[in-house]
Design a protein around this ligand. Structure first.
Ligand code: NAD
Length: 487
């Protein structure tokens, strides 16, 4: 199954508008998670490659063709890239599925989302305005929003194409020149998208991509003295390192980290609408989604109706190779599979009874990284499985009595990314929404990862700063106040 895609065009570093191997000449093998087979190699970028990429971005920002473009021209380039991605969707979908193990339908949705980011921010590029401020007689004061300059971007492996669009499109729309370090476990679509950007006319140095290990290229990018802003998406632990490095250079950063997001089901909820979403929000992408709905909080009176329905749903779920296109695929790597199985070792006892286990397709290669979806409960809110991010297809169920207890439990993890509330009572929905300590709340719905237009981000261990929507334009710019004493 691993060699059924078009030849992979480029796997080197994309710097200053061209492809080059890593300065060291080293490469990293790329595995298909569905069968563990190596099907490509990527450049193992490191500090010297990051130096070249940052220098190229600096030139583009200070003196190159990028800095010459007006906002409307930048917007047109972004829009053209969105259309180009749509046009190449079939090939990119196949590549994304093979690189990540995700089912083709999920990969196709991801490519559509990547294109949408460029469409959305292409349209926004010339609509970012400053203000005029009232001040003293004889003065005119205005604020303008300016790009940071060279922005550094580090993304994880779970949605490589989407993340490319999510983090780069608003940075480019606002005039920054970017250097991206994609994840070593899955970076083929980001490289392909950089190539497409060159084809639609992005000038050299505006977009640079350095693949490689986090501890090598990633650490070099975060520590680089000529980067003006960092945008990091990944684990909370590495987020601390990124923020520390940013502090050393006195620059700001956004951190989009993990989550342990609750979906809260009150006894007046529309179960027909809620139950498929309850299961779907953890199974999507094999549970490897920062905003996965990984905790189901169920009002006690509903427990005996909801659990049998979830048991039935989980029992029917099947993990398959990416091209078989069912509920979920393999996890990204043997390491991630071992991590999830390590958490599942903590289930099965009285603390965390296993209620249902889905299946791994009988013909799935044993060399692939499959984990069967697992439903667990009841679990105490402070149990490890209800506190830590598993990042796999594991849903824990927690009963609660009333609104007050639901709020207490929902907010009692170190994370705060997304919450979903299900109820027919409008007052309760709004009370709950206000009480959630997180960045995004869905009422009678849930969107794990969705919504290009919707500002997204966390609190506490889920990170800070907002991406997506028009809010991202603020993050990727800084405010300058111009005071004119005209007399
Ligand atoms: P990770 O932190 O290990 O890796 C993320 C990226 O950081 C990769 O590109 C990696 O190479 C790089 N990296 C690793 N060490 C580094 C270092 N010392 N310096 C600089 N860069 C380094 O995370 P992961 O395991 O790849 O991804 C899963 C995590 O990402 C989960 O916790 C998940 O919740 C989170 N995530 C969050 C969001 C969000 O928007 N909030 C989205 C997707 C994933």
């Amino acid at each position: 199954m691993s060699l059924d895609v078009d030849p992979i065009a480029e796997t080197g570093c994309f710097i200053d508008g061209g492809w080059r191997p890593a300065v060291s000449g080293q490469t990293i093998d790329v595995q298909c998670p569905s069968d563990g087979a190596v099907f490509a190699t990527i450049a193992a970028g490191d500090a010297p490659d990051v130096d070249l990429a940052v220098a190229a971005a600096r030139r583009a920002f200070e003196e190159g063709a990028w800095s010459q473009l007006s906002a409307v021209e930048r917007g047109r380039l972004l829009t053209a890239l969105g259309a180009k991605i749509e046009g190449a969707a079939a090939r990119l979908t196949q590549l994304e599925a093979q690189d990540t193990g995700k089912p083709l339908a999920q990969a196709a949705a991801d490519i559509t989302a990547a294109a949408r980011y460029f469409e959305f921010y292409g349209g926004a590029a010339d609509k970012l305005h400053g203000e005029t401020l009232p001040f003293l007689p004889g003065y005119a004061v205005q604020t303008v929003r300016e790009p940071h300059g060279v922005t550094g971007h580090i993304i994880p492996w779970n949605y490589p194409a989407q993340m490319f669009g999510r983090t780069l499109a608003p940075a480019l729309a606002t005039g920054n020149a970017v250097v991206l370090k994609p994840a070593e476990d899955a970076c083929l679509t980001p490289l392909a998208l950089a190539g497409l950007a060159a084809e639609v006319g992005f000038p050299p140095g505006a977009i640079n991509v350095v693949p490689g290990l986090g501890t090598a290229a990633g650490a070099a990018l975060t520590a680089h003295g000529d980067v003006d802003f960092l945008s990091f998406t990944g684990s909370a632990g590495v987020g601390v390192q990124v923020q520390t490095a940013a502090a050393q250079n006195h620059i700001a950063c956004t951190l989009e980290l993990g989550g342990k997001s609750p979906q809260i089901l009150f006894d007046d909820a529309d179960l027909a609408a809620a139950l498929p979403v309850l299961a779907g929000a953890i199974v999507q992408n094999g549970g490897q989604t920062c905003s996965a709905g990984s905790r189901a909080l169920i009002q006690r009176g509903l427990w005996d109706r909801v659990i049998p329905a979830l048991v039935q749903r989980f029992g029917a779920l099947v993990a398959v190779p990416h091209d078989a296109d069912a509920d979920l695929g393999a996890l990204i790597s043997a390491r991630q599979k071992a991590r999830v199985l390590g958490y599942l070792d903590r289930a099965g006892g009285a603390d965390a009874p296993i209620l249902a286990t889905g299946q791994i397709a009988p013909d799935a290669p044993t060399t692939g990284h499959y984990v069967a979806p697992t439903l667990i409960g009841p679990v105490a809110p402070d149990y490890v499985l209800a506190q830590e991010e598993v990042f796999g297809p594991v849903l824990v169920c927690i009963p609660f009595e009333d609104e007050a207890e639901a709020i207490r439990i929902a907010n009692a993890t170190p994370y705060g990314l997304v919450a979903g509330i299900w109820s027919a009572d409008g007052g309760r929905l709004m009370r709950m929404a206000k009480a959630m300590r997180c960045g995004q709340v869905f009422l009678n719905g849930y969107g794990a990862g969705g919504g290009i237009e919707l500002p997204f981000g966390g609190v506490r261990k889920s990170g800070h700063g907002r991406e997506k929507g028009l809010a991202a334009l603020q993050e990727f710019t800084r405010l300058k106040t111009i005071v004119h004493r005209h007399g």
